[in-house]
Design a protein around this ligand. Structure first.
Ligand SMILES: Nc1ncnc2c1ncn2[C@@H]1O[C@H](COP(=O)(O)OP(=O)(O)OP(=O)(O)O)[C@@H](O)[C@H]1O
Length: 457
């Protein structure tokens, strides 16, 4: 006989039932407590950790409506929502047992029970309790992590009119289940905005799954997003859920949606229309309940016009569009962001708090930051690392570090480096006006955006 682990409470007003069940379950290695009086259940629950509770339906002599059992079932679940409760019912009370299952009981056994059947029921109830506790733990961890990452609007820093407008929009849109498309240049904080939408939504206690579509290869797309079953292809060693399934109940964030090829856009559209996924290699459709947030730095509307992005997909994802402003459009926020990152990196690198001289700050406010906040963040990090003393009196510590040199002694630049530098110079020349840069290069704006995207500009 294999020894089982688990602690069980049996509540029944018949001492014979209690002793028979106790003897049988102890033989199998369980820790067993018995109780004749259901009114003592709350006290027992507050003292001990129980894996399973076997609960009789009727306690008062002559009672057989199961009301007492239902009452105690609800009481227990109120005290411990993850409790696994097996009800003991007499023959003819099946209707009642069904009601109890609906009210949250795990299972029921008919009295007099067959020992092996009782054992099997208890083992699966223990397993179920374990899974429920695991899910609860993961949910708490996720909540804790998001609470650590986010404040009111998380790490979204900025008081400029552009940011205030964004906060107003977030407040309106977050609590709805509307599909949101976030547009904005690289490094403007699109992912932070997506997370803020989630943490202020009705799904905030559920998962937030982020998928970088630009980083998933064409061949792995379906398996990553929709999952696969064992043996579906050579590397499919076991069943694996896709990101859509994992996100079910919560929010899925599809970043870089503008990078999808047309065939992949079609596959994605099918799933978004039906809200069902089929794992690669399976015939079974699974419903997914997700809130969809997408983001891109590509001009999707122009791409629709050029037939490189499907119009029906665009309309499916952009119920609400949120445009995240570029940093140069909210230069007022630059000092605030710099002091935020200065404090963050001073802590990280154990450096004294650094002060920036006003003339340097003025220069940094004028710089156009083509890489937006990500570029600013990296610039501050480098400045903190390289600084000596407690004050920064030259902008070089920030800016010289972030600009690629156009030439390097002893090394010829690659064609890609030349192109990247040239693009950067033009962006600066036209102060970030992409239309003007595109005109000078004789390119369409989408083509230019693709190029900028390639170089992370
Ligand atoms: N408003 C903000 N306040 C503080 N930090 C910010 C803000 N916006 C962005 N950041 C920081 O800038 C960095 C880039 O942000 P994020 O990844 O959200 O940008 P993105 O627009 O999604 O970029 P990409 O288009 O390259 O994916 C992150 O480290 C983020 O924490």
């Amino acid at each position: 006989m294999t020894k089982q682990e688990g602690s069980i409470l049996i509540v029944d007003d018949d001492p014979d039932v209690l002793s028979t069940a106790q003897m049988f379950l102890k033989q199998h290695g369980f820790t067993v407590q018995t109780e004749l009086q259901p009114k003592n259940i709350p006290a027992i629950l507050s003292k001990s950790i129980l894996d399973v509770i076997l609960l009789d339906m009727n306690f008062t002599r002559g009672e057989n409506g199961g009301k007492e059992g239902m009452h105690w079932l609800k009481q227990i679940l109120q005290q411990d929502p993850q409790a696994s409760i097996i009800l003991m019912t007499a023959y003819g009370e099946v209707e009642l047992a069904v009601q109890a299952l609906k009210a949250g009981a795990t299972d029921f056994v008919l009295k007099p029970w067959e020992n092996q059947k009782l054992l099997a029921t208890i083992l699966s109830a223990i397993q179920l309790r374990k899974s429920k506790l695991e899910v609860e733990k993961l949910r708490n961890t996720q909540q804790q992590l998001s609470a650590d990452i986010h404040g009111q609007y998380g790490e979204l820093i900025g008081n400029s009119p552009a940011m205030k407008e964004l906060y107003g929009l977030l407040e309106k849109v977050a609590p709805t289940d509307a599909n949101v498309l976030i547009l904005g240049e690289n490094g403007t904080g699109k992912e932070l905005v997506a997370r803020a939408l989630h943490t202020h939504s009705l799904r905030k206690k559920e998962v937030f799954i982020s998928v970088d579509l630009g980083a998933i290869s064409e061949t792995l797309f379906e398996s990553e997003l929709f999952g696969h079953v064992k043996g579906a292809f050579t590397d499919a060693k076991e069943d694996k859920p896709g990101r859509f399934e994992l996100a079910s109940g919560g929010t899925i964030f599809l970043d870089e949606i503008g990078n999808l090829t047309l065939p992949l856009q079609t596959k994605l559209l099918t799933v978004l229309q039906s809200r069902t996924v089929r794992r690669v290699g399976s015939h079974q459709e699974k419903k997914v309940d997700i809130r969809l947030i997408c983001a891109t730095n590509m001009p999707l509307h122009e791409m629709v016009y050029e037939n490189t992005f499907r119009q029906d997909l665009l309309y499916r994802i952009n119920t609400v569009e949120i445009r995240v402003p570029a940093l140069r459009e909210r230069a007022e926020d630059i000092p605030l962001l710099i002091s935020h990152f200065l404090a963050m990196y001073a802590r990280k690198y154990k450096k004294p708090a650094l002060r920036i001289e006003p003339a340097v700050l003025a220069k940094l406010k004028k710089y156009i930051w083509p890489g937006n906040i990500r570029e600013l963040q990296h610039a501050v990090e480098r400045a903190v690392i390289l600084s000596e003393g407690t004050s920064i009196s030259s902008p070089d510590l920030f800016l010289n570090q972030v600009r690629m040199p156009t030439t390097q002694p002893g090394r010829t630049l690659t064609l890609e480096e030349v192109e990247r530098n040239y693009l950067r110079e033009l962006i600066e020349k036209y102060e970030g006006n992409i239309s003007k840069v595109a005109r000078e290069l004789g390119m369409t704006r989408p083509a230019l955006y693709r190029r900028l995207n390639k170089y992370g500009l």
